[in-house]
Design a protein around this ligand. Structure first.
Ligand SMILES: [Zn+2]
Length: 314
């Protein structure tokens, strides 16, 4: 029988929360301090991790469709951003590698040595077999990487599935070299609520909330991620709007494309302040010189009023 555990806001710790609704029989709550939405109670971390190892991706065809065919445009754009920021190449780790399509973009680029970590057995085998990639099956916390090993760490549409986000951010910071880049793609929260809640969601899908809870655990905003990343020592560098997976009929894909281009324009005109794009690609840097850092324990146990103010990404 599945054991349920209460979760905490990753920004504010054990702050009070307000119920928002239910999705996939899981309670969705909103933090009363920072307004971040998250799954308020769910299976244990071990059970969740086992789900992603064995059940979440059940077939090679699923990996091909969801992590190659529907995602290739976004992954190519994101690879280009990383290659622009780190023009001489280096050692890159992709956390949550999925199909490996993103890493494949670096295979023929000079100077890059890339590898991945991926919990799913099906996806790990796909990335190894189709692209010949070096992918370690499992979680970042299980890899025992030497400190300051990588020039770039990426997490593309995966961080919202992590159950221990603050600990994982601290580990990503630890394995990055000083001056290294952390590139993070997450769903856009305004877009998610626009399409996954309210009357439109009820009419189209027959449910009041459609957030894929149980796969997603935290519904991050840009501000919450900037706070969490800055606490472990990262500085925000730049951000980009990104598209939703491209699939469906031709008219549906046309509408999705039009929506992405319109919201991208709005995003760029407002420097990210007006963010209704389907996804966001955030770039953080580990400062080249040592800065004072809080430990991950301090991060989760500190009272909310100690937290840094929200910082806007340029
Ligand atoms: Zn909070």
């Amino acid at each position: 029988m599945t054991e349920c555990v209460k979760t905490e806001c990753p920004v504010c710790g054990p702050a009070s929360r307000t119920p928002v609704g239910e999705c996939h029989d899981l309670p969705i709550v909103r933090c009363n301090v920072c307004s971040l939405m998250f799954v308020g109670e769910c299976s244990t971390v071990d059970e969740t991790e086992e789900f992603f190892r064995t059940e979440h991706v059940d077939a090679e065809e699923t990996t091909q469709l969801h992590y190659v065919s529907y995602r290739s445009d976004s992954l190519q754009r994101e690879a280009a951003v990383v290659q622009r920021l780190v023009p001489d190449g280096g050692r890159l780790l992709d956390v949550g590698t999925a199909s490996g399509y993103f890493l494949k973009e670096f295979q023929n680029a000079a100077g890059w040595d890339v590898e991945g970590v991926e919990p799913s057995a099906v996806s790990t085998n796909f990335a190894r077999d189709h692209f010949g990639l070096n992918v370690h099956r499992g979680y970042l916390s299980e890899q025992d990487y030497v400190a300051e090993s990588f020039d770039v760490v990426t997490s593309l549409d995966a961080f919202n599935c992590h159950r221990t986000p603050n600990e994982d951010l601290a580990e990503i910071f630890r394995v990055l070299k000083p001056g290294g880049i952390f590139a993070l793609e997450v769903p856009g929260q305004n877009y998610r609520m626009l399409t996954g809640s309210g009357l439109l969601c009820q009419l189209l899908f027959g449910v009041p909330l459609r957030l894929n809870a149980g796969v997603n655990f935290y519904f991050y905003t840009t501000a919450s991620l900037v706070v969490m990343a800055s606490r472990v020592g990262f500085e925000a560098v730049e951000s980009h709007p990104e598209a939703m997976p491209s699939h469906g009929s031709l008219p549906a894909r046309f509408l999705k494309g039009a929506y992405f281009h319109a919201t991208s324009l709005l995003y760029r005109m407002t420097s990210g302040a007006c963010h209704y794009a389907p996804k966001e690609f955030l770039i953080f840097r580990r400062p080249a010189t040592a800065a004072t850092q809080e430990t991950s324990e301090d991060t989760t146990s500190s009272p909310p009023n100690k937290y840094a103010p929200l910082r806007k990404v340029a």
